[in-house]
Design a protein around this ligand. Structure first.
Ligand code: SAM
Length: 372
């Protein structure tokens, strides 16, 4: 008898335990349904599955105030035990299945991905999958040490988070007393290793680092590195997000343009999250990621695989679909592919478009666990 796959979003069920059971049943039924051919798939809004972000650890050596506030992520915080993490073999297998379903871009993230021991080995395994853009987002703390081995393992590019060039501001934002000079060393090492073009992510939080916008733009202007200014987002449930703390991307652009004239640039590809601006004098470009003030859900082609193997179809989701049970439960690749297809086909997420002060309070998974 054919398995019936519900077409409604099973995450809408109110009771958490019932919701978990419904999600698990959905994944299992989808895996066991007659196989559909692998290949590009679209969700209920016509969005293709193009990108996979993989969180390789939920741990981080920073305690950025907007991401992993120290009073929550303290010595008593329960990070995932090692046995819960997908192994490198499991990650590579799942990634390969995603690529069969049309994914062309894979990003390793976390937590801090460079904290995962021997992450270069994973990079090597993923690079062997074939023609994919393979990149990684890091806070840069360990990059000076690892840039060369990551490049040798097959990493294509790197994105480095850097919220200020002012050492006191940077230390206050990472809340780990980490000096900015070490991150700059990491960026130089990445450039020397050919992990370019390097993107620099700066989260702008009102009252913390607006005065760092122009200095960061100035520092990287003409280097070939691309700074992207990110609006502070209501990810997770612990960062005390308030709309008042968001510096709108339009304000960032006005601030930079007052110093260095800018002209708009076209997106590099459909679904690019950053709006691009070029310096009028031809010395490079910047990007702004306006996830709060100008939501880009309609172009979102990203899936996220959490550290413990749950698939999330939105950065602001509360629940994920457990693929690890399939991976460890003897399901074959085409069955796991079936589940991925069914999950993506029923996706209707558009959180940023419907954000209100109330939705901002709904419990959501932490970015460190789901992958930034
Ligand atoms: N540890 C790595 C790093 O620092 O780049 C990777 C993980 S981190 C969660 C990925 C990106 O998410 C970083 O650029 C970080 O600044 C950004 N991020 C974290 N919390 C954010 C928030 N509340 N709003 C906007 N961006 C955020």
């Amino acid at each position: 008898m054919a398995t019936i796959i519900p077409l409604t979003d099973v995450r809408a069920t109110a009771n958490p335990a019932a919701r978990r059971a419904a999600l698990d049943a959905f994944v299992r039924d989808a895996a066991l349904a007659p196989s559909a051919p692998a290949g590009p798939i679209a969700d209920t809004r016509g969005r293709r599955l193009n990108d996979l972000r993989i969180s390789v650890t939920d741990r981080c050596n920073f305690r950025c105030v907007y991401c992993m506030p120290r009073d929550v992520f303290d010595a008593d915080y329960h990070f995932l035990p090692h046995a819960e993490l997908l192994t490198f073999e499991e990650i590579a297998r799942v990634a390969r299945i995603f690529v069969d379903q049309g994914v062309a871009k894979v990003r390793l993230t976390g937590g801090e991905p460079l904290l995962r021991r021997n992450v270069e080995r994973l990079v090597e395994m993923l690079a062997r999958i074939g023609d994919i853009d393979l990149t990684l987002t890091t806070n840069g703390a360990l990059l000076a040490k690892k840039a060369r081995s990551l490049a040798d393992a097959g990493l294509t590019r790197v994105t480095v988070s850097l919220d200020s060039l002012d050492d006191a501001t940077f230390r206050a934002m990472n809340d780990a007393d980490f000096p900015v000079a070490k991150v700059l060393e990491g960026i130089d090492a990445a450039a020397a290793a050919g992990l370019a073009p390097i993107k620099i992510n700066m989260v702008v939080k009102r009252g913390m680092n607006e005065t760092s916008i122009v200095p960061i733009a100035r520092h990287f202007k003409g280097t070939g590195h691309i700074v992207r200014f990110i609006e502070f987002m209501d990810v997770g449930a612990t960062n005390g997000w308030r709309m008042d703390d968001v510096v709108p991307a339009a304000e960032v652009v006005r601030t930079i343009a007052a110093e260095f004239p800018l002209v708009t640039a076209d997106a590099n590809y459909e679904g690019e999250v950053a709006q691009r601006w070029r310096y009028r004098d031809g010395s490079g470009e910047i990007g702004v990621i306006a996830s709060v003030t100008q939501a880009f859900c309609r172009d979102c082609t990203r899936a996220r695989l959490s550290t413990d193997g749950k698939l999330y179809t939105c950065l602001f989701a509360s629940d994920g679909y457990d693929l690890r049970t399939l991976v460890r439960g003897g399901f074959d690749d085409s069955q796991i592919g079936n589940a991925i297809q069914a999950i993506w086909r029923q996706r209707g997420d558009r959180y940023s478009e419907i954000r209100t002060a109330n939705t901002a309070r709904v419990p959501k998974v932490e970015m460190s666990y789901i992958g930034g």
